[in-house]
Design a protein around this ligand. Sequence first.
Ligand code: NAD
Length: 507
Amino acid sequence: MDFLAALKITEKNSGVSTGNSSLPAHGELIVSHSPVDGKLIATIQAADKNDYETVIAKAQTAFLEWRTWPAPKRGEIVRQIGDALRAHKEPLGKLVSYEMGKSLQEGYGEVQEMIDICDFAVGLSRQLYGLSMHSERPAHRMYEQWHPLGIVGIISAFNFPVAVWSWNTMLAWICGNVCVWKPSEKTPLCAVACHNIIADVLKRNDVPDGINGLVIGGREVGEWLSADSRVPLVSATGSTRMGKAVGATVGARLGRALLELGGNNAIIISQHADLDIAIRGSVFGAVGTAGQRCTTTRRLIVHEAVYDTIKTKLVAAYKQLSIGDPLDENNHVGPLIDKDAVIGYQKALEACKKEGGRFIVEGGVLEGKGFESGCYVKPCIAEVDPHFNIVQQETFAPILYLMKYNTIDDAIAIQNGVPQGLSSSIMTLNLREAEQFLSANGSDCGIANVNIGTSGAEIGGAFGGEKETGGGRESGSDAWKAYMRRQTNTINYSTQLPLAQGIKFHV
Ligand code: NAD
């Protein structure tokens, strides 16, 4: 496969790197099979604890120098990385699609997201502003400035195997931090490829070796990072189960955790919606990436007046879906990541039926030619009661739950009535209900859209969610502040020492 060669992926790869070069690894052998056709792509030697220690030590040393580089100079490195990613967009996009299973268009889109965040970070490297304040004391000056934290540990999920890492890393770098990445063990080659692409840029610019640590391994590597007080910030993307564990461990040492966890996203379709947009947004949101986006549409809350029409249109739209090899651009839906995910999907279907769910588009596992990997499933739709247990949970698969509402207040209550709080939307042309949905007594999610589905965020906005989604914000807006420490400075240029609040103290 040409794209592997272009990314310098060989049969056997090391899962340990300090950035400028990969190091020998001593952990278990990870075997990466493609969910597309079940074939072996390559192997990766994972890190053991000693390898981890080597990477952390190198990162600590690199930080001492990297933090002294002016931020715009750090931005220049990120600019060159953006160019390197542009040059590798095609092979990296193909690898993302082949190792993770998302469509080729989405694979390319993910690399484009990396390029976009590089551009954003370059501009930001000249805009790490602090405020200046008026002191209550005469001849005093007060301001705040932002300094880097040190090592940022990044734990990432399989479903965005490269973009989420870059959201964190590009921002962390321009802020003056060094990064250590623990990618998902389900998509390790995507991580190796990113490191290979970037190593040349780092070496060419004499960037201190250690700013771009890579430690591939299972969840234990994530646990090492979480417990490590040399890592002031752990940014973790994955399931709520994982986030609760990471949050507790990092919290116990009073470190900082940036958590991007599971979603259970809904679209409200009002009787005032443009039904064509509503259907298209819902179908893409529900079946795109085979339902394996954190922002996947899992629930459709439909007004009773348009419920039957929506139902008919959805069933018709699902009939048009073609399932198969995601590298073939004629297909809409690719495989799930692995057979465990297929089991999770089957269990959810059973649970839904048991609770009384009625399937209007039946699910099932596909077999036969083209489906040999055993990871292809049918996107399905069930009519449910919003309070079913299964509807409260995130099943990482293309299962769409359909429910009815009567008033906009009810719809918002149903939308908010789950433990997660990532993405939400309303399809309506009615200004009043759109604004109500966006108001403080509207959606309780980190993302709330109007006439757009729940998935497909742009990098310019801060990305993340509330409640069991973890509360973290990454990417655009002022998310960069999570990667820095704020220092408040007060400077006295008078000949006196006046105390704040007018306190008198004479010696
Ligand atoms: P996962 O939780 O199984 O694994 C994510 C990462 O955490 C992996 O690298 C894994 O090795 C590591 N990990 C697992 N347990 C750990 C522990 N106890 N301590 C430290 N690290 C641990 O998730 P997944 O199956 O790879 O990804 C799917 C999940 O990720 C979904 O819930 C999805 O919604 C979520 N996700 C959220 C966002 C977001 O931005 N909110 C983005 C992508 C994915």
